[in-house]
Write a protein that binds this ligand. Structure first.
Ligand code: ADP
Length: 222
């Protein structure tokens, strides 16, 4: 049994998502305890992680053996097996660890995890799909959803907002967006967009607002 120390993270399911997350955490200096049902997957990770155990995480004994109650956070990265994901989640909650991040594959799956009491449900495939759709459309070069109804996007200023000070534009009233920061002429560093800043066509901007308002604003004059 590993000494589950303060600050440790348990990653359950070391597939493509869980595996890369676990490796990344190790790079950040975090102690990572991994579990996977497959011997092959376990041996792939044995060298890299702090401790790896082969076992079925739906089994309470297996979870107890790695000291699941004592780790700081648990990531349930088993996604494609819905039953396993639900069982593992409910066992861990029952064992008293509430600090769960769980991966969901579908919308109903996410809903069930929320109902069980998981606060942090992530849907990497879904989120990446939504993000890529914005990038592929072309007017937005980076897109970061903060919440269901709030996003940040990187784009260029519409012609109609260029060459005049931001304060005179009434962007919030007119378009429901805020220009948070700007980068001058394709180079240099980002600056906070104060009210007295004037943007030019070759600048880049970072805007915040609802997904709909941000999309509409990014497509203006383009
Ligand atoms: P990904 O798409 O990220 O690879 P999957 O859900 O397909 O995600 O894979 C999850 C991993 O979880 C696999 O490596 C699989 O062996 C492991 N796994 C599946 N069921 C269990 C279980 N009951 N206990 C522990 N690990 C499991």
């Amino acid at each position: 049994k590993p000494a589950a120390r303060h600050g440790a993270v348990a990653v359950i399911g070391l597939g493509r998502f869980g595996g890369s997350l676990a490796r990344e955490l190790v790079k950040h200096g975090v102690e990572v305890i991994g579990i996977d049902i497959s011997e092959e997957v376990v041996s792939e990770h044995a060298e890299v992680l702090t401790y790896v155990s082969r076992g079925d995480a739906t089994d309470e004994t297996v979870l107890r053996q790695i000291g699941i109650e004592e780790v700081d956070r648990v990531v349930i990265a088993v996604g494609s097996d819905l039953e396993a994901s639900i069982l593992i989640t409910s066992r861990i909650l029952k064992l008293g660890n509430q600090h769960i991040w769980a991966k969901a594959i579908t919308e109903p799956h996410a809903e069930i995890l929320h109902q069980l009491g998981v606060k942090n449900v992530v849907s990497p495939e879904n989120d990446m799909g939504r993000r890529l759709a914005h990038l592929i459309k072309g007017h937005i070069s980076d897109f970061l959803p903060i919440d269901e109804d709030f996003v940040l996007a990187r784009t260029t200023p519409p012609v109609r907002v260029a060459d005049v000070p931001l304060a005179s534009l009434g962007l919030r009233t007119e378009y429901g967006v805020t220009i948070v920061a700007f980068k001058r002429d394709g180079g240099g560093s980002w600056d906070i967009a104060d009210r007295d800043v004037t943007l030019y066509a070759n600048d880049e901007i970072l805007i915040a607002g609802t997904p709909r308002n941000v999309e509409t604003f990014s497509e203006l004059d383009k």
